[in-house]
Design a protein around this ligand. Structure first.
Ligand code: MRU
Length: 369
């Protein structure tokens, strides 16, 4: 997507192939800064501290982390060490493990001297695939927005509520949940987005609103608690969110607060769609609530908040009394029964084992009996 007229992906190869660069998402929306990643440790740090974030992008960054590791040492020990370092950075988004498993499986049988080059090629392939997949999600989701517009008799904008950031910043380009919105806007379908602020890290207010603004998509940031009220008053035509892991039976793990939006949507008869690239499906897991590890993040993300002062400086301030403890679960699970449909690069399906099997036949492990 474009920033001030220049096309960017969120990650790209720099210095003729000895480093990668990323957009530093911890500094948005106040500063657009590029950050260099030169080692596997840099890649791990970028993922852990959320310089890069969003399930597909952390997978892509990890793949480049493996390539950077292989540049320095390419024996079996170095391969395992890089894998273990990177896989431990964030526990919930399955795309991270998916990308690392794919790179490790491709490199392990190769002679060490061939590994670095193969890793760079594969990381680039993973990025290009992500762009193509997200474009496919966009095309399939566009039809849902087109249908919503038709249901309104072509009157007024389609009001879409989204949570967290599942836009191009969360992927290599296009985004997952936001890709259909960009395509609808570009196709001349009037669309307006309710952007959940997404406490505690404010990915909605800081990232989604920033991206939508750059693309000229009308939107309003709303407090996380506002969605149910907006739905009760007929101000939301559909919800669409991204996801960090979808189970084989269609349960959806996404940024904390997603479940409450799905409950409100269910109560108000508002369609609740989840957009996902196929690498986000964890075919080994069925029951999302019991089986998906939920990242626990630092208390200070809840008790403090960052913002820009009038003089342009960005500061963090306390919003709680000193000593008040906080709990910071980063994700929650929305049961499949609350999801109207899953939007993938292959099409739209029911959030169920049969729905997913229909689009991705043979991917699920065989069931006993
Ligand atoms: O903690 P984050 O910012 O990495 O969480 C990101 C999300 O929850 C996104 O909604 C999810 O990764 C889907 S993005 C394509």
């Amino acid at each position: 997507m474009k920033v001030d007229g220049k096309h960017y992906r969120t990650i790209w190869v720099a210095d003729g192939g000895s480093a990668v660069e990323v957009i530093d998402q911890t500094r948005l929306p106040h500063v657009f800064a590029v950050r260099r990643i030169e080692t596997a440790d840099d890649a791990a740090h970028a993922i852990r501290t959320m310089i890069v974030r969003g399930a597909p992008l952390i997978g892509a960054t990890a793949a480049y982390g493996m390539a950077l590791a292989m540049d320095r040492a390419d024996d079996d020990g170095a391969l395992s060490a890089a894998y273990e370092l990177l896989v431990a950075t964030r526990p919930t988004a399955i795309n991270l493990r998916w990308a690392l498993d794919r790179v490790r499986a491709a490199l392990a049988p190769l002679a060490p001297a061939l590994r670095a080059k193969a890793a760079w090629v594969l990381a680039a392939e993973i990025c290009d695939e992500d762009v193509a997949i997200c474009e496919g999600i966009g095309r399939n989701g566009l039809e849902l927005i087109r249908q919503a517009h038709a249901r309104k008799g072509g009157q007024g904008p389609v009001n879409v509520l989204t949570h967290c950031n599942a836009g191009w910043l969360a992927t290599v380009d296009w985004g997952t949940a936001i890709a259909p919105i960009y395509m609808a806007h570009d196709a001349g379908i009037p669309v307006h987005v309710w952007v959940d602020e997404t406490r505690p890290r404010n990915q909605g207010a800081s990232l989604t609103a920033w991206e939508l603004g750059r693309h000229g998509v009308p939107h309003h940031i709303v407090a996380d608690n506002a969605g149910g009220h907006l739905m009760q008053h007929g101000l939301v035509d559909l919800c669409i969110v991204g996801t960090d892991r979808v189970t084989a039976q269609g349960d959806v793990c996404n940024k904390i607060g997603t479940y409450l939006k799905a409950l409100a949507a269910h109560d108000n008869g508002v369609p609740f769609y989840v957009a996902l690239p196929s690498p986000t499906i964890d075919w080994t897991v069925a029951d999302g609530i019991r089986e998906i590890p939920i990242e626990q993040r630092a208390q200070h993300e809840v008790t403090r908040i960052a913002g820009r002062l009038a003089d342009g400086s960005v500061v963090e301030v306390d919003i709680a009394a000193p000593g008040s403890p906080a709990r910071n679960d980063a994700f929650d699970v929305t049961p499949a029964r609350l999801v109207t449909a899953l939007v993938t690069e292959r099409g739209v399906c029911a959030a169920s084992r049969d729905g997913l099997d229909g689009l991705f036949p043979g991917s699920a492990p065989r069931r006993a009996g």
